[in-house]
Design a protein around this ligand. Structure first.
Ligand SMILES: Nc1ncnc2c1ncn2[C@@H]1O[C@H](COP(=O)(O)OP(=O)(O)OP(=O)(O)O)[C@@H](O)[C@H]1O
Length: 620
């Protein structure tokens, strides 16, 4: 699932196509406006030549007529002055329209491309996108690319001006001599390649340093995130985090700085050649005026046009370099848009129900799993077991044994590396993901705290019932937090999370119950419940209540619960003890206690700490 390489040319073509798709109207209008602002200065220069020649000719006559009379009497002079002023006026006023149009173009393009990226990321079924360093680096580079897309809009707009200034400048300067535009263009050409090489080098540094800038992002988020704010202060971690961020910044900055310094020197050296290219025609024109081949008006026109041609070439060269930079930087956007998930939905929308008992339920058949992109040993190995319909299974084991990973495979956030998982006899991979997930109610260990209202945090468990107050009140009741609708100022419409305006934060246990309520929303259609550490944030009294809820909702369904609290495991029909990703023991509580193996020792240890709790009372 690694990103495919893309040439800068391919990326540029696709970026320009996106710009054209995002804002065709703005682009068209900008072209018209820039046509005016582009050719305006050339027209002004031509008119200035006429004005200067007419004024010089008049002065040569030695006449003493009143100036206003002379101006009104000479229609060529009068019209030239009037049109020159008119052109300046038009250029100035459309300039303001151009600025606004450019701002719309930039925003539209940015919104359009970002929208496409967000769409791709949110519908990307393969969760590996958020867990593999290579893909996280790609996401980081995509952010940089999105920032450059704005630049692309600017380049496109400025290139219009450059081209529209360039063409009349070439035509007028060719009237001095055919070789004039040629000398100017040829002397400026090497700068284009130097600019491109410089941008390529800078981008290579950015690309190779993407993991450095991602780490900078991680530290900067840690420093600014409310999640870390308390512990950073309590453990005085400010210096550690700031030093790490600063160290990474210095590394990145010094690498970029070196490339920039080298780039500036070479670009400057080659610009000198461009300067020499200007000198020859400029001196030629001055000499031409002195030997009377050219008029004084020609001097103003030609020197002006030579400098204008040079300037427009400069703009075009700078933008060619910039365009190259943008094409390098936007490549990750297309790499992301082209990224094919390894985990794809199956096509079967109607889920099987299992023709005979042997095929009913969920079967793990020699399942093994290794996280993609890691060279660590397999996290799960050779797992074979069967969850019967209506059976409640507890997964227990030490930290890192692979319980959460197994739960992730069960809800198809990942596919097994080897073996298969069958849902009523059929491989999970063949089933439509949305259909499959609609049959599963999940509370993950790292459940989400959506920055949204209480209604949404719960109702998003089943979108169709989002506005159904009764349905939401029922699950809040079942999860034991019905009181929230009374205690929170705006009831169900209260925003949850401090980052929202007027947002209220809940306690850890309340958030966990909100996550449980969300899972309960799809209970009536769920065949499988997966609860990963559902009581981690709860006190013992609340924990018992959740056990009770869990048992009652699990009745008649398949249920898998991951828990370190063996009192909950004891309530289950079967307990699977995992160790280093393998099944160490499996059986009922009584069977495992009788075996006197790992489960027995874990349970006994816990029971001695929770002696007063009735659920542990079967021991000692
Ligand atoms: N996204 C990931 N990428 C790579 N390795 C991972 C990832 N998530 C977990 N692991 C590794 O997989 C192993 C099993 O982790 P898992 O979270 O499944 O354990 P667990 O039994 O649920 O642990 P705990 O009881 O602490 O929650 C660990 O060694 C962990 O380092």
């Amino acid at each position: 699932m690694l990103p495919q390489e893309l040439t800068p040319w391919q990326a540029l073509r696709r970026s320009l196509r996106l710009v054209a798709q995002a804002a065709p109207r703005e682009l068209r209008r900008l072209a018209y406006i820039n046509l005016i602002t582009g050719i305006g200065p050339s027209i002004s220069l031509l008119l200035s030549k006429i004005v200067i020649d007419e004024v010089t000719a008049y002065l040569k006559q030695g006449s003493t007529d009143p100036p206003m009379e002379v101006l009104l009497g000479n229609s060529l002079l009068l019209w030239s002055v009037a049109i020159a002023l008119g052109v300046n006026l038009i250029v100035d006023s459309v300039d303001a329209i151009g600025t606004n149009l450019f701002a719309s173009l930039r925003d539209r393009v940015e919104g359009f491309v970002r929208g496409k990226v967000l769409d791709k990321v949110s519908y990307f079924d393969d969760i590996a996108l958020f867990e593999m360093p290579e893909l996280l680096n790609l996401l980081e580079l995509t952010e940089k690319g999105l920032a450059r897309v704005q630049r692309l809009s600017f380049i496109v707009a400025a290139t219009f001006v450059g081209v529209f200034t360039f063409i009349p400048s070439v035509l007028v300067s060719a009237s001095i001599g055919w070789w004039v535009p040629l000398v100017l263009v040829v002397s400026a050409t090497p700068s284009i390649f130097v600019e491109m090489r410089h941008h390529r080098k800078s981008w290579r540094v950015e690309e190779t340093q993407s993991s450095v800038s991602r780490k900078m992002g991680i530290y900067s988020k840690a420093i600014t995130s409310p999640d870390f704010a308390k512990e950073i202060r309590l453990f005085s971690l400010q210096d550690v985090l700031l030093d790490r961020w600063q160290g990474l910044f210095e590394t990145l900055f010094s690498n970029m700085e070196q490339v920039r310094r080298e780039g500036t020197l070479t670009v400057m050296a080659w610009s000198l050649l461009g300067g020499l290219g200007v000198a020859a025609p400029y001196i030629f024109v001055v000499l031409g005026v002195l030997n009377r081949t050219f008029t004084v008006g020609d001097l103003a026109l030609y020197t002006g046009i030579i400098l204008q041609l040079r300037r427009s070439l400069f703009i075009l060269i700078a933008h060619t370099g910039d365009l190259y930079d943008v094409s390098l930087a936007t490549a990750p956007i297309f790499q992301l848009l082209d990224l094919e998930p390894q985990l794809v939905s199956g096509s079967q929308r109607v889920l099987p129900s299992g023709s005979d008992r042997a095929h009913q339920g969920i079967q793990f058949q020699q399942v093994g799993f290794r996280y993609p992109g890691t060279d660590q040993p397999a996290v799960l190995e050779n797992l074979t077991f069967h969850i019967q319909p209506g059976e409640m299974v507890a997964l227990v084991g030490e930290n890192g044994a692979g319980k959460t990973t197994l739960a992730k495979l069960l809800v198809r956030l990942y596919d097994p590396t080897v073996g298969q998982i069958l849902w009523h006899g059929q491989d999970l991979k063949t089933l439509d993901l949305t259909a499959l997930r609609s049959r599963i109610a999940v509370v993950m260990q790292d459940y989400a705290r959506f920055p949204a209202t209480l209604r949404e945090n719960v109702g998003w468990g089943k979108m169709a019932d989002l506005q159904d107050d009764d349905a939401i009140h029922t699950v809040l009741q079942e999860a034991g937090i019905a009181y929230l609708t009374d205690t929170l100022k705006h009831g169900l419409e209260t925003p949850l999370g401090r980052q929202l305006e007027n947002g209220i934060d809940l306690s850890g246990g309340q958030w966990q119950r909100v996550a449980i309520a969300r899972a309960l929303m799809r209970l009536h259609q769920a065949e499988l419940l997966v609860f990963d550490e559902p009581t981690a944030a709860l006190d013992p009294k609340n924990e018992h209540e959740i056990y009770r809820i869990f048992r009652s909702i699990a009745q008649g369904r398949m249920a898998v619960v991951v828990s370190h609290r063996l009192a909950l495991a004891k309530l289950c029909d079967r307990i699977i003890v995992l160790e280093h990703g393998q099944i160490l023991e499996a059986g009922t509580h009584d069977e495992l206690m009788a075996q006197q193996g790992r489960y027995h020792s874990m349970f006994t240890r816990q029971a001695s700490s929770y002696r007063d709790e009735p659920l542990y009372s079967s021991v000692g």
